[in-house]
Design a protein around this ligand. Structure first.
Ligand code: FES
Ligand code: FES
Length: 169
């Protein structure tokens, strides 16, 4: 059992303390935006923000997460319009899509501590693996998100997609 805060909500997971946080989020909390790639802490697909730091959820156990505050892609922005999300759409940095939530979380954590990162800051901090070669776009994307956060550029709001649960559809 472990108590932690997930997306600003107190949560008690009645699972073994050795359970990887990734599986608690995906299977118990139905927060499936956090993806499973390698399972060994290398690819970044499962990146979440823990007490302000981007961390792979696959190698963090529930016991280690006890008492900590975890933000997943679902909790990054109530309306899916965090400046990083806006910049990803504007720069067309969404490639296969599977890696995107982890990339967005890593980028958001970087910008929270350094709102004006250089290319070297970005390549040093974002270690997520992307086989489709999104890295040059990623630098532009994160720098654009930084400009939005600094108020130097207006973000372009991303429409929330209609889903089967949207009233009236
Ligand atoms: S699935 Fe966690 S780092 Fe790859
Ligand atoms: S965004 Fe998924 S492999 Fe590049």
């Amino acid at each position: 059992m472990a108590r932690l805060v997930v997306n600003n909500q107190p949560v008690e997971f009645r699972l073994d303390a050795d359970t990887p946080l990734l599986w608690a989020l995906r299977d118990a909390a139905n927060l499936t935006g956090t993806k499973y790639g390698c399972g060994t802490g290398e690819c970044g697909a499962c990146m979440v923000i823990v007490d302000g730091q981007a961390m792979p959820a696959c190698t963090l156990s529930l016991g280690e997460a006890e008492g900590r505050s975890v933000t997943t892609i679902e909790g990054l922005s109530g309306d899916r319009n965090h400046p990083v999300q806006q910049a990803f759409v504007a720069e067309q940095a969404i490639q296969c899509g599977f890696c995107t939530p982890g990339l967005i979380m890593a980028a958001a954590a970087l910008l929270a501590r350094n709102v004006n990162p250089t290319e070297a800051d970005i390549t040093g901090a974002i270690t997520n693996i992307c086989r489709c070669g999104v890295q040059p776009r990623l630098v532009r994307t994160i720098q654009r998100a930084g400009r939005i956060l600094r108020g130097e550029e207006k973000g372009v709001r991303v429409p929330v997609p209609a889903t089967a649960t949207t009233p009236g559809l």
